[in-house]
Design a protein around this ligand. Structure first.
Ligand code: SF4
Length: 349
């Protein structure tokens, strides 16, 4: 055991129930081994309200810490080992631009409901909450898109157009009912464009890590590993997802790896998602050949290291840690967008 590992274990023992370390599946193993709770965005959001610890250390990117801070109780603080770890995609839908676009779309008299992927800033979530919309994750995107379509003329899905397209495909929403918005600094390039009356309006953002995978990668792996099963995360392009054997959230990918490893371990399983998770699944199921669809390491997730986790814990012990603060004006509307998701998912199939 390294000195860093030992020091973290000692602080965890010292703080006991006052500390909870949460971590996303895309974190590296040296960090994950210290986490009390590991999950994808949905699991982590669901667990936060049940955490009693005063100090929540969140090993993930900035928007995840912000989402956790929205769901904490008074007296609890959320700490990020590296506040510079920031999801690139979460910056692709700036709140002022999204507000402008919603104003322009709503000016037609149509009811346009925003549905934001959880990978967004708290400022964007607040705009979504104000406009009656909700947040979704890759695990519940289909449920939440149905929820939004049922009560609006159009849904503005942002910022990940790939998740939007893949979810629409899963629901069977015709392509003629979708439109990828054309934006400029003033909002919509053409506020009168007739395509903007379609059912699903997609913000033109994406995850640069998952968008790296190409249909040729799927073909290459099929040729190299005959009989393999290929699954991927729905942040991948729709051409990739359509070429795969299955797609779903991080939790789905984890469950599918366990299922294949138990039922047909001789079947090579190829997974298209962030590589830290794929490597962990390969280690967890050594009797099954688990491979990555290609190189895909998120540089921001990688900013959180075991050393930075220790430094953060030391700041908590020394009472010099500054918890993440959500601007008070954003708290209520942003929380609303998250709780609408948690409520809708508790009610709907
Ligand atoms: S993998 Fe993509 S969506 Fe996830 S944190 Fe990195 S950039 Fe953001």
């Amino acid at each position: 055991m390294s000195g860093t590992h030992r020091a973290i274990a000692a602080i965890k023992k010292q703080l006991g129930p006052k500390l909870c370390i949460m971590g996303h599946h895309y974190q590296n193993d040296a960090v994950v081994r210290h986490c009390d709770i590991v999950g994808d965005s949905l699991e982590l959001a669901r667990r936060v309200p049940d955490v009693d610890a005063a100090h929540i250390v969140f090993c993930g990117v900035y928007f995840m810490g912000e989402s956790a801070a929205l769901l904490t109780r008074p007296g609890q603080g959320v700490h990020l080992p590296d506040p510079d770890a920031d999801c690139i995609m979460s910056r692709m839908s700036p709140a002022p631009l999204a507000r402008k676009v919603l104003e322009q779309l709503s000016a037609t008299g149509r009811k346009v409901l925003p549905l934001a992927y959880v990978n967004t800033t708290v400022a964007l979530k607040a705009v979504v909450g104000e406009y009656g919309g909700a947040v979704c994750t890759s695990a519940n995107a289909a449920t939440m898109l149905r929820w939004a379509l049922e009560q609006s003329d159009s849904v503005l899905f942002l910022p990940d157009k790939n998740l939007g397209e893949n979810t629409a495909n899963a629901l069977g929403l015709d392509k003629s009912q979708r439109h990828v918005l054309r934006l400029c600094s003033r909002g919509l390039q053409d506020p009168a464009a007739p395509e903007q009356a379609r059912k699903l309006l997609l913000w033109p953002g994406c995850c640069a890590i998952h968008a790296r995978f190409k249909p040729q990668d799927v073909a290459r792996m099929r040729a190299a590993h005959p009989g393999c099963r290929i699954i991927a995360h729905p942040e991948c392009r729709q051409e990739v997802i359509n070429a795969c054997d299955g797609a779903g959230s991080t939790s789905f990918l984890i469950q599918e790896a366990a299922r294949v490893a138990a039922a047909t371990p001789s079947t090579p399983l190829v997974i298209g998602t962030e590589n830290n998770l794929v490597h962990r699944l390969a280690k967890r199921h050594p009797d099954c050949r688990i491979l990555s669809l290609g190189q895909a390491l998120c540089p921001d997730m990688a900013k959180v290291t075991e050393e930075k986790l220790l430094q953060q814990l030391e700041r908590i012990v020394n009472a010099t840690a500054v918890p993440l603060e959500v601007p008070p004006a954003l708290l209520a509307p942003a929380r609303l967008s998250l709780t609408r998701m948690l409520d809708a998912c508790a009610r709907l199939p």
